[in-house]
Design a binder for this molecule. Structure first.
Ligand code: FAD
Length: 407
């Protein structure tokens, strides 16, 4: 715990939620000698199968944090991805080496998001100024000019923890956001997404299959991607279906996998989940000394793999500002207002627009529209200049650059 004489705020920064956003913030601040308390409601870090794609700007930031090498060792480097038309068999392939002059990481890293949080949990042990407390659920807070007090539920009863700032990294149902009375505007789709994983080797039966594939089909679109561990398939469901339990039955999932590829017998199914799909953005990303990060302030459908990546970009942006506030004595309100402008107004608009457009493109049931869409991808993939532009956008490189250009 050095430099405390230089700190304008000597109380610890309290972080609610040890998901990707909260974990990254905790390590980034701890490395700069800032005291942090990371509060996680569960008794260990959750292992749920959600984000599995890390885009190039996130990898660049995670390199600065010193964790990217271990992530690459554990993950799968994917340097091309495909848009496939199931009816015509056409494949538009985007080769990410086209952006090798723009980034040190011209690929998507396929790695389960919990691998990152587990790596950070280990790294935090080296910092006596960082505490990770499990079974600590933030319920609400109070704040004044001198700091914040988090009201926390623990197995030993309610605790009050004092801090300089409270960072709400507590996911889509954020208690911090609710206690701050910040409206979470947007909408929730009526349909849900079904995700199942299998160890079956799709690469052996689909010719030249890449590890990330968006597959269109007027009858049933899907996304097939490989994580570091298994293949994962994501399908839409019928928004009018009331019997949601049926989606998680063996019969239903076997049927869908066999429709994708009939291998003659049953698949082994690793996991299955039915997800709600939202498009929401908080009306503001901060209130006084309380700041929202990640899913707590924006959420989108998973097509394109932008949700967690956007949350990581928030976390790195905010960490830099907190370091200058705490270690260099800068005013916090102008910095948080800049965070709000850079991350909410610009970056989130990009992610919301792109993910909504991605979903519309995938789900059309009109064969003509599907054919036009595939044609657009084929033309773009076959023109190196257009393909590079397309990849820079989908890899979130452009939106990170644009957001940093905002004053
Ligand atoms: C099927 C699916 C696939 C996805 N794929 C991708 C992808 O490929 N790429 C991508 O970028 N994004 C993807 N996403 C989105 C991604 O999973 C989320 O955007 C990401 O997890 C958000 O990280 P976070 O740290 O903000 O919140 P979370 O990961 O939700 O973490 C919040 C943490 O806070 C804890 N917590 C909650 N409430 C409290 C409380 N009150 N007190 C203390 N702790 C609390 C939780 O236990 C959790 O550990 C996908 C999502 C889904 C559903």
């Amino acid at each position: 715990m050095a430099n405390s004489q230089n700190k304008s705020n000597s109380k610890p920064v309290i972080i609610a939620g040890a998901g990707p956003a909260g974990s990254v913030l905790a390590l980034a601040l701890a490395k700069q000698n800032i005291d942090v308390i990371l509060l996680e409601m569960h008794d260990k870090l959750p292992i749920d199968l959600r984000a599995s794609t890390f885009h190039p700007p996130s990898l660049e930031m995670l390199k600065e944090l010193g964790v990217v090498e271990e992530m690459i060792e554990k993950g799968l480097v994917v340097d091309r991805y495909q848009y496939r038309d199931r009816k015509t068999g056409e494949v538009a392939e985007f080769d990410m080496s086209l952006i090798s002059d723009e980034t040190e990481f011209p690929f998507r890293l396929q790695l389960e998001q919990y691998e990152l949080t587990y790596i950070i949990e280990e790294r935090l042990k080296a910092y006596p100024n960082a505490q990770l407390l499990f079974n600590h659920k933030v319920k609400s807070f109070t704040q004044d000019d001198d700091g914040v007090v988090a009201i926390v539920e623990t197995p030993e009863g309610e605790k009050q923890i004092e801090g300089s700032f409270l960072l709400g990294c507590d996911g889509a149902s954020s208690n911090v956001r609710k206690a701050a009375e910040i409206v979470y505007g947007g909408f929730t789709y009526e349909e849900k997404f079904l995700v199942a994983s299998t160890s079956f080797r799709f690469e052996d039966v689909f010719e030249n299959l890449s590890y990330v594939n968006y597959v269109s089909d007027p009858d049933e679109w899907c996304v097939i991607l490989r994580t570091d561990k298994q293949w994962r398939v994501l399908w839409p469901t019928d928004p009018n279906e009331t019997d949601l339990d049926k989606y998680l039955t063996d019969e239903h999932i076997q049927g869908r996998l066999k429709h994708l590829y009939d291998k003659g017998d049953d698949y082994d199914i690793g996991h299955r989940t039915l997800y709600n799909v939202h498009q929401r953005v908080a009306e503001t990303y901060y209130k006084g000394r309380v700041v929202l990060v990640g899913d707590a302030c924006h959420i989108n459908n998973p097509l394109g793999g932008m949700g967690m990546n956007g949350g990581l970009h928030d976390a790195f942006n905010l960490a830099e500002k907190l370091i200058s506030i705490i270690n260099n004595g800068e005013e916090y309100l102008p910095k948080f207002a800049q965070y709000d402008r850079q991350r909410k107004d610009l970056a989130v608009k990009f992610v919301q627009d792109h993910t909504i457009a991605n979903k519309k493109l995938m789900e059309s049931t009109d064969p003509d529209e599907q054919a036009k869409r595939q044609q657009m991808f084929m033309e773009c993939a076959n023109d190196p200049t257009k393909a590079k532009e397309f990849i820079l956008e989908r890899a979130m490189i452009k939106c990170v650059r644009d957001s940093l250009a905002v004053d």
